[in-house]
Design a protein around this ligand. Structure first.
Ligand SMILES: C[S@@+](CC[C@H](N)C(=O)[O-])C[C@H]1O[C@@H](n2cnc3c(N)ncnc32)[C@H](O)[C@@H]1O
Length: 410
């Protein structure tokens, strides 16, 4: 068994791995090595700062895990023995709760009786953790499958003919995409970290360019754009709460048994207090505009945008929009039209007509802008959109495969 100290896995929605790698690299100079993996990146760093900063500042990350051990195993007895070797009492408090999750990445042709059922693997690991506590203390912490204090992730993959086990521990608690600004949903809202990823992919320049979401629904893109422009950390609501309740343990790492005495504790305290103060000095000018034809969507978007008065939100049909300011030098016009899981029950012809009319309207009215459409990968737009696709990015909104399409309008 190899015990690791300097290795972290930062997960993100699939399709945004490269964006995440760039974002995290800009957060801290201490990363020694970084590699793109399936659904995230792995970083090596003797200094924990990059991982801790990712928890507070990454707009694209879903979670940050510390890799605590790795081993090659043959069967579930081997798995049990390896898990038993970890000093779990250092992480999980006796009076705390935990859960184990397992992900396997074996490839289609591989079959192993012991590892085909991930729930069974997680249960075996849970038994080992409990047995380790009983051995050390004669007592054990409880399992909470919903909101545990500590989540352990097992990642099993195949390396040549052997099975490789990585044991990771989640440092976050709730997913980092939960920003807490969303008071209400409307239609099919985008996850917050996917929205932020789309903004990065659009190469929007917050200082000099306009951003328009022409079918804004509940306003996710608008709020993420504002947070970026005003340099407000994505964790700003939790940070504010933390400042008012410094003793409350709001992230999983704060709940680890050894956290208070660890070298991480003072660094974390400093990073939290710096992040809580971070934001642009001046209120930014309004360059973020959201429209929707549905009055109910506008009400929800305004409620979600709340305190951010610099975001302009208005009920308008995307098919009659014109650039919001005459002297604008262009920017990004985005839309995430109705599509996807409900497509069969929706009027497919109607959706295609909307794409056609919308893109024809953009051609005439938004010269100099970069247009982005997020749509279902099942929808063939070639026949209805008469614009040259400049770039195509596959993205996953949960399990739903989407595409972000870029059109440059001249
Ligand atoms: C999938 S939702 C967008 C969700 C949004 N991205 C979010 O995160 O909440 C699609 C939105 O397009 C709006 N819409 C459809 N056709 C429109 C049109 N012609 N003009 C403006 N909005 C339109 C719908 O009212 C709906 O709110």
């Amino acid at each position: 068994m190899n015990f690791c100290q300097n290795s972290y896995f930062i997960s993100c929605p699939r399709g945004l791995e490269e964006v995440l790698q760039k974002e995290v690299a800009a957060l801290s100079p201490f990363i020694e090595k970084s590699s793109i993996e399936y659904g995230g990146i792995e970083i090596q760093t003797a200094n924990p700062e990059p991982a801790l900063k990712a928890i507070l500042h990454s707009r694209v990350a879903s979670r940050v895990y510390q890799k605590i051990a790795a081993a090659t195993i043959r069967d579930n007895q081997d798995l049990y023995r390896r898990i038993l070797e970890v000093d779990w009492p250092d992480f999980i408090p006796l009076d705390g709760t935990f859960k184990v999750q397992t992900i396997t990445h074996f490839g289609a042709s591989f079959q192993h009786e012991d590892f085909k059922n991930t729930l069974f693997v997680s249960r075996k690991a849970k038994d080992a953790i409990v047995d380790r506590f009983r051995k050390d203390y004669g007592k054990r912490p409880n399992v909470d499958p919903h909101i545990p204090d500590v989540t352990i992730l097992l990642y099993l993959s195949r390396v040549r003919e052997r099975i490789h086990l990585s044991i990771l521990v989640d440092l976050c608690g709730e997913p980092l995409g939960n920003r807490h600004y969303r008071k209400e949903d409307f239609s099919a809202p985008l996850r917050e970290n996917i929205a932020a990823g789309i903004l990065y992919l659009s190469e929007w320049d917050p200082k000099n360019e306009i951003f328009i979401d022409s079918m804004c629904g509940s306003g996710t893109l608008l709020i993420e754009a504002h947070l970026m422009k005003a340099n407000i950390p994505p964790s700003y609501i939790k940070l504010k709460h933390k400042l008012n309740h410094p003793r409350e343990k709001m992230w999983s790492l704060e709940k680890f048994t050894t956290f208070p005495e660890s070298e991480i504790a003072p660094l974390w305290k400093k990073l939290v207090s710096n992040a809580a103060r971070e934001r642009s000095e001046r209120a930014p000018l309004t360059t973020i505009f959201g429209y929707d034809k549905d009055a109910a969507a506008i009400t929800v978007a305004k409620k979600n945008a709340g305190q951010f008065r610099a975001i302009h939100i208005e009920k308008r049909n995307a098919l009659s929009l014109t650039p919001p300011t005459k002297d604008a030098t262009g920017g990004v016009i985005f839309c995430n039209p109705p599509y996807g899981v409900r497509l069969e029950s929706e009027n497919l012809e109607g959706v295609k007509n909307l794409y056609h009319a919308y893109t024809e309207h953009l051609k005439q009215n938004f010269k100099g802008y970069r247009a982005f459409i997020l749509t279902s990968s099942a929808l063939d737009l070639k026949k209805v959109v008469k614009l040259k696709t400049k770039a195509r990015y596959p993205l996953f909104n949960g399990d739903l495969e989407c595409r972000l399409l870029r059109y440059d309008l001249y």
